[in-house]
Design a protein. Structure first.
Length: 329
């Protein structure tokens, strides 16, 4: 039996609870992973907060047996996508990893899909295509929070076609994804102007970015800080498409991780994980192994329902520098 933390109803962090699930032996192309660490992301609390409520209503209509389900009769939905751990069993036709291998993984799913399983679990049965080897020098904590951030950052940079010589503005540059976007862009020879709060200025400088504080007068501060015209914009916060347009950045080189009406209006691109690949995780992990980039861990919490609720409460408060990770040991 695997322990997992999930939800049976929509709401705040109070809906999170612990349960158990019986996992079968790995089938063809599958691996069983003992989870050592798992990252949490904003999409998680959007899901248990009700993002998939319309889908659940449809499922209830289609399956009348669910009409009167209450409390423990409701299915426990999983939470989380990022994870790192050790392979404990492999199914037929798996050659990419073996028993005892340390791996980094990502449970891929569209944001609107209700998930029967999530990465906040002691064991996971996953497709071998969704895990990559973990370099020995990369800690389980850093690896556990890497999946979403790596795929999202690489996907966004791919979408806006970031290359040497560009001047890119990154909104929410001190966050888990923003910090990785900043470092990956700098590694390509890109000049990065990072938008964040004043308290994160020194942190952004340590990542190689030129910091600018958000708030009134932001456009002029960016123009003053830029050594040459801004050529691309990656919005990790949401709502900055109009600013990118005012800075003269073409819509095709503006990527936002948050879908808003302004994206279509400004002909910008909704990007991130949708433009990423599982192989991006291995690429970023390799850069971490070489010391080219790092993943800042804001805080770790133990795998206990009260602590996981506290972790999401902190994440929902905003202003988290880096990633929050849940540790299983």
């Amino acid at each position: 039996m695997a322990r997992m933390i999930g939800y049976r109803r929509f709401g705040g962090v109070e809906v999170l609870e612990e349960g158990e699930v019986s996992l079968p032996a790995p089938g063809e192309g599958q691996v069983l992973v003992k989870v050592r660490a798992a990252g949490i992301n904003p999409v998680d609390y959007k899901l248990f907060g009700g993002l998939t409520r319309p889908l659940e209503v449809v499922r209830t209509i289609v399956h009348p047996a669910r009409w009167f389900a209450r409390g423990k009769e409701r299915p426990l939905r999983g939470v989380g996508q990022d994870f790192a751990g050790v392979v404990t069993a492999v199914g037929p036709a798996v050659s990419s990893v073996g028993v005892g291998d340390e791996v980094i993984g990502l449970l891929r799913a569209a944001p609107w899909q209700a998930r029967a399983y999530g990465s906040l679990a002691t064991q996971l049965l996953v497709s071998a295509a969704n895990v990559v080897p973990k370099p020995a020098s990369v800690s389980f904590e850093a690896a556990g929070g890497l999946g979403v951030a790596a795929q999202t950052a690489m996907g966004a940079l791919r979408r806006v076609r970031a290359e040497a010589g560009d001047v890119i503005v990154v909104a929410a540059a001190a966050g888990g994804v923003g910090g990785l976007v900043t470092q990956l862009a700098r590694a390509r020879g890109v000049t990065v102007i990072g938008i964040a709060g004043p308290s994160n200025a020194d942190y952004l400088r340590s990542l190689g970015a030129i910091p600018v504080a958000y708030g009134e007068g932001l456009e002029q501060r960016i123009k003053d800080a830029a050594p040459s015209p801004v050529t691309a914009f990656i919005d990790c916060f949401g709502g900055y498409s109009s600013l990118a347009h005012s800075l003269g950045v073409p819509g095709k080189r503006v990527g936002s991780l948050v879908p808003t009406p302004a994206i279509a209006l400004r002909r910008a691109r909704f990007t991130g994980g949708r433009d990423g690949k599982i192989s991006d995780i291995a690429t970023v992990a390799g850069l971490m192994e070489r010391g080219t980039v790092s993943l800042t861990i804001a805080r770790t919490y133990p795998f206990e329902v009260g602590q996981v609720r506290a972790a999401y409460t902190e994440l929902m408060g905003g202003h988290v520098r880096g990633k929050i990770v849940i540790t299983m040991d």
